[in-house]
Design a protein around this ligand. Structure first.
Ligand code: SIN
Ligand code: FE2
Length: 218
């Protein structure tokens, strides 16, 4: 059954999985217990492969700061979008994908009905107030049978989950610190995006939202 935005904030049962599509589910607070372990690991990743503003193939500078960890990292430049085994800033491999993230993503995917998910790519998106991500599909991966696992940290955001055409209606899904969203199967290629981040300050991360998107890219 489809859920409305109100259901996502049901005060009676805030930690129940919330199905937002046939094969798309929000696991509220699922990453909370790992946050203390995740933050230092993330800091290390960003120290090794700094956040940067990539350019779209059309030559626009992306507002969201990006980096990656894992065997493959998603990059964008004037030549297009693709996965690369090396960080183009350093020509070195991306930092390793930490166990704490691999395990978390594997468990979240299982709960969503995707067993045996082993990510080889983790995109780190860093949003500041006002930053948004316009509607797009994730289609640079090799195997669309593999789901996408997305972990939200810091400031809350409104995630837009659309349909299979860019102009299809979108659902607004509130994603808060520690929430995990998994989508795959028939929902795998849905358009999605993020509304402009509202100003605010998160107790652990300050004026920031960090989203970690784990995929099996290769
Ligand atoms: C993405 O679609 O790559 C990121 C989504 C998000 O920031 O929640
Ligand atoms: Fe995406």
């Amino acid at each position: 059954m489809m859920q409305t935005e109100l259901d996502l904030f049901n005060p009676h049962d805030p930690l129940q999985p919330q199905w937002v599509g046939t094969q798309a589910v929000v696991l509220p607070g699922f990453a909370l217990q790992q946050v203390q372990a995740l933050l230092p690991v993330l800091r290390q990743i960003i120290a090794q492969a700094p956040l940067r503003h990539m350019f779209t193939p059309g030559g626009l500078k992306m507002a969201v700061g990006l980096t990656n960890c894992g065997a493959l990292g998603w990059v964008s430049d004037r030549h297009g979008y693709r996965y690369s085994a090396v960080d183009p800033l350093s020509n070195q491999p991306w930092p390793a994908l930490p166990e704490v993230l691999l395990g978390l993503a594997n468990r979240a995917a299982s709960l969503a009905g995707f067993s045996d998910f082993h990510a080889d790519a983790c995109l780190v998106n860093c949003y500041r107030p006002g930053n948004r991500l316009s509607l797009h599909q994730d289609r640079d991966e090799r195997d669309f049978d593999q789901p996408i696992v997305s972990i939200s940290l810091g400031l809350p955001a409104v995630f837009l989950l659309g349909g299979h055409a860019r102009n299809a209606p979108t659902q607004r899904i509130g994603l808060r610190h520690g929430d995990v969203l998994v989508w795959g199967g028939e929902d795998r290629l849905r358009f999605h995006g993020v509304l402009p981040l509202k100003p605010g300050s998160h107790p652990l991360l300050g004026e920031l939202r960090i989203n970690l998107t784990l995929r099996k890219a290769g």
